[in-house]
Design a binder for this molecule. Structure first.
Ligand SMILES: Cc1cc2nc3c(=O)[nH]c(=O)nc-3n(C[C@H](O)[C@H](O)[C@H](O)COP(=O)(O)OP(=O)(O)OC[C@H]3O[C@@H](n4cnc5c(N)ncnc54)[C@H](O)[C@@H]3O)c2cc1C
Length: 422
């Protein structure tokens, strides 16, 4: 895309007088600059670690939200185990402790050739771009989807207020009522996330709403992650409460009646949570960073640079796993990618070769209010396939659910929030 006259370049001293107020506040550029888009798991980590690795590099982080909301642990909020305040954090320390320049604005376009980002407050140019915008939701294949459906069937699958909406809806369910939940085809953000949500909704219904049930329409052939553990927990802890239907993609909704339909069934519910199919946001597609017909943005995992624009880094859930390697779309992985991209960007700006990348992941899921299970692996770079591969002997899944893992899950969340925001 080409910058128009309406867009003023931030970063050029000659244009200082013409700058919009909020953009002017983040000037002047003091040296080499990296512009990071998205203050979620990938972007926060990249921004902070670039500054830790080289305080001589200016980092501008652009994020539309003024507070950080965590998706990890948000299922616990929906299940009434934690509050929305527990998963909401300030961005302040990034600026105060690490000198990251925060711009709360909407990013409207990315100009790959100019190395610039068009925001609602003006244009920010950098020597390198790191893009971590998360996922977009794709409702195109769901007949009947409209504004009423968006209100009636919140996804609660991106950071923010829909988590509180779904929690409140659940609290309104009558005894003997019905919840419905639809799961999109994989890959989607957080493979075990829907199954943790089902477990915690079932736990809530069991404790507070006698006779209430949850019907699950899963587009996948089977439970995508930690299948045996979830299945055992559902059979043992929630008999008669969870009606799990694999191979049941959602094809239609009716907001007026609260009905979700597959090709074979109609499920009418008091509360319905539609988790839609996902893809790389249009922001990156419009910038030419996603090939025509593709769903995700291809990258070279050595430094998480776009295969279509090697001077632009793309990290987090927006990346194409077929180019990265078989890593899940998780916050822990986005955090790891942020560190790899930070090292790669710093190396590129100083004319050095970046070290080979390595990622780490552990996904914790609660299966009840006080028990959980985890799955984890370490990934290293394979120069032959140019992909990340599980390091032999490094992967594992809990053999059974336990209270210890549930406690670790909370400790992990607090530690990684601190790693990104502290
Ligand atoms: C219910 C649930 C539970 C989960 N549990 C776990 C878990 O236990 N462990 C785990 O590791 N992962 C978990 N995840 C997955 C994790 O949340 C994601 O993998 C992670 O958030 C991906 O990071 P990201 O940086 O790619 O995107 P995000 O964290 O979504 O960050 C993207 C950011 O970019 C901003 N943004 C996007 N577009 C623009 C724009 N145009 N202008 C300005 N700002 C913009 C957004 O506001 C957002 O803050 C869970 C997810 C869900 C939904």
């Amino acid at each position: 895309m080409t910058l128009t006259r309406r867009h003023m370049l931030v970063g050029g001293a000659a244009l200082l007088s013409a700058l919009p107020v909020r953009a002017e506040r983040i000037l002047p550029a003091t040296g080499p600059r990296v512009v990071v888009v998205g203050g979620g798991w990938g972007g926060l980590t990249a921004a902070k670690y670039i500054r830790l690795l080289d305080p001589g590099i200016e980092v501008v982080l652009i994020e539309r939200r003024t507070q950080f909301h965590s998706c990890p642990v948000s299922n616990w909020v929906i299940g009434h185990l934690r509050t929305i305040d527990d998963i909401t954090h300030a961005y302040d320390a990034l600026a105060k402790r690490h000198g990251v320049r925060l711009l709360h604005a909407e990013v409207e376009a990315v100009d790959v050739d100019a190395g610039a980002v068009v925001t609602s407050d003006g244009v920010v140019a950098g020597d390198r771009l790191v893009l971590s915008p998360g996922v977009a939701f794709d409702y195109a294949g769901i007949a009947g989807w409209d504004a009423a459906a968006a209100t009636r069937f919140p996804a609660a699958w991106s950071p923010g207020p829909e988590t509180a909406v779904l929690r409140a809806q659940l609290a309104e369910i009558p005894d003997g009522g019905r919840v419905a939940l639809s799961i999109p085809p994989s890959p989607y953000r957080c493979p075990p996330g829907p199954y943790e949500r089902i477990s915690l909704i079932a736990a809530y219904l069991k404790q507070h709403r006698p006779g209430a049930t949850i019907t699950v329409l899963d587009a996948n052939q089977k439970i995508v992650s930690k299948g045996k553990i979830f299945k055992a927990a559902w059979d043992e802890l929630y008999p008669g409460i969870i009606d799990y239907r694999p191979d049941s993609p959602l094809v239609q909704v009716d907001a007026a009646t609260g009905t979700l339909s597959t090709d074979f069934d109609d499920v009418t519910a008091d509360v319905a949570n539609v988790i839609p199919p996902q893809r790389t946001p249009a922001l990156l597609r419009d910038a030419g960073l996603v090939p025509d017909g593709a769903t995700w943005a291809p990258v070279d995992p050595y430094g998480f640079t776009s295969t279509l624009a090697p001077h632009v880094h793309i990290i987090g859930d927006a990346t194409d796993q077929t180019t990265v390697g078989k890593v899940p779309k998780s916050g822990f992985i986005a955090n790891s990618m942020g560190k790899v991209a930070a090292r790669a960007a710093v190396a590129a700006l100083s004319g050095r070769e970046a070290p080979p990348p390595s990622l780490i992941n552990t996904c914790y899921s609660l299966v009840s209010q006080d028990e959980g299970a985890s799955v984890g692996a370490v990934y290293s770079y394979d120069p032959e396939t140019k992909r990340l591969q599980v390091r032999p002997g490094s992967s594992g899944v809990s053999s059974q659910r336990s209270a210890a893992v549930a406690l670790q899950a909370w400790d992990w969340a607090r530690a990684i929030w601190q790693d990104m925001l502290g």
